[in-house]
Design a protein around this ligand. Structure first.
Ligand code: PLP
Length: 420
């Protein structure tokens, strides 16, 4: 889906958030990540309308730069981090600690110590062993850490297997049915001097286009909350139901997700006050506003007759097609009339480096630009230096004005890491 301020000028050239794409490509080089700032802010607003800013922690893993943090902070959002690096990056750039939710299957002791010292919003624990570690560190730091327990809701989700995180076989969360989750709650309650146990977390998966898995997950969490209430008298203050809302045209809007959650929870948790309902969107907010721009650098014909367009980037800056079989929408600029069906390959020495197979585009020439849509999530954040290729810059564009957020890295940056 093109971002809301993407246009075709009358001469057939693409324009992005009020600026010609060709001008942006000349100014910043290609490959290039562009973000339509107005579109991004509108998508934040759509979520805010549904859930309230204070209940939203945007997922740093989907996309994280200083400018994104600024926009999130201005909108009153929180931040969901999943590693020490994301935590430290956000804190160093001045993101308020109390608005940070910390996840991670493994949180190094130093990260737990930072969380305790900085008194971050919540630490989401994933295992009994981690609870022990956190209690030890919180006691050393003489602090009391607000904690959510991540549950494994055992929900099968119809998405790519690598994007399903709530399935029974998942490594994430603590299983409910075998009693592990209840045991972990008892462990948390017993450490009340160091732990302020606030409630539960789930995240059933990503790129989900229907409400059912969210509803099943929320019901599993709410059922468990009732069990804990009857066993221990504890009623949850917070339910953080993760992210995962998809961006396909048939995906429900955030308002429908909110309604579905409320109806589900109200039916099960009628015996006490409705807990604070939190959410962690990533892709929904940052994917559609982002595009990647490449130059088409070669045309060639394969032995079986298919036409390849080769671009000057690929799986190092856009790993999702290779990782998840993503099939992003693409367009060639300028549009000079006529169409052709092509395969578009990245430049990497890897057969799997295919941007799109068998896709219809307007007839392309070497030197034209290829625009790949919906690349705002999980591309810059997953980019690599594979084949010693630079990570492209991120540029935000608003009302025709470009604002660079990161620069392209280069040989000097890499050489600085060498130990001789
Ligand atoms: C714990 C957690 N929260 C939120 C998200 C964001 O998911 P999405 O980008 O699909 O909204 C993820 C992504 O996998 C996650 O693991």
């Amino acid at each position: 889906m093109p971002p809301s301020n993407f246009r075709w000028d009358p001469d057939g050239r693409a324009s992005f958030a009020g600026a010609p794409v060709s001008g942006l490509a000349s100014a910043f080089g290609t490959p290039l990540y562009l973000y339509d700032e107005t579109d991004l802010s509108q998508r934040i607003e759509t979520y805010v309308q549904a859930f309230g800013a204070e209940n939203i922690a945007i997922a740093a893993k989907a996309f994280l730069t200083g400018r994104l943090l600024q926009l999130a902070q201005e909108a009153g959002l929180g931040l969901d981090v999943v590693s020490e690096g994301e935590l430290e990056f956000a804190l160093r750039l001045g993101f308020p600690a109390e608005r940070i939710i910390m996840h991670g299957l493994y949180k190094p002791p130093s990260a737990l110590r930072t969380a305790a010292r900085q008194d971050i919003g919540f630490v989401v624990v994933e295992s009994p062993g981690e609870v022990e570690e956190l209690v030890r560190i919180a006691r050393q730091e003489k602090s009391k850490v607000r904690v959510l327990l991540r549950l494994a809701p055992a929900v099968d989700v119809h998405t790519h297997p690598s994007l399903a995180t709530g399935a029974p076989a998942s490594q994430f969360g603590v299983p409910i049915a075998d009693g592990q989750a209840l045991e972990t709650v008892r462990q948390l309650i017993a450490a009340e001097d160091a732990i302020d146990f606030k409630g539960y977390h789930m995240h059933v998966g990503s790129q989900i286009a229907m409400l059912d898995p969210f509803i099943s997950g929320a019901a599993a969490v709410a059922d468990f909350a009732r069990t804990v209430w009857s066993e221990t008298g504890r009623w949850p203050e917070v339910l953080d139901l993760g992210g995962g809302l998809g961006i396909s045209p048939d995906s429900p809007p955030p308002s429908a997700l909110r309604e579905a959650y409320e109806t589900t929870l109200a039916g099960i948790l009628a015996d006490g006050p409705m807990p604070r309902l939190m959410t962690e969107p990533g892709r929904f907010i940052v994917s559609p506003p982002g595009v990647t721009i490449y130059h088409i650098v070669q045309r060639k014909t394969a032995a079986d007759g298919r036409t390849y367009l080769i671009v000057d980037g690929g799986m190092s800056d856009g790993p999702r097609p290779a990782l998840y079989g993503a099939e992003p929408e693409v367009a060639v600029s300028p549009r000079r009339g006529g169409e052709e069906v092509v395969d578009i390959a990245g430049m990497h020495c890897e057969s799997g480096d295919i941007v799109r197979r068998d896709v219809r585009v307007t007839r392309a020439e070497v030197g034209d630009l290829l625009i790949v849509f919906d690349t705002g999530a999980y591309n810059h954040s997953m980019a690599s230096h594979y084949n010693r290729v630079s990570i492209p810059p991120v540029v935000f564009v608003k009302d025709g004005v470009a604002r660079p957020a990161t620069r392209r890295d280069n040989l000097s940056d890499w050489l600085r890491l060498e130990v001789r």
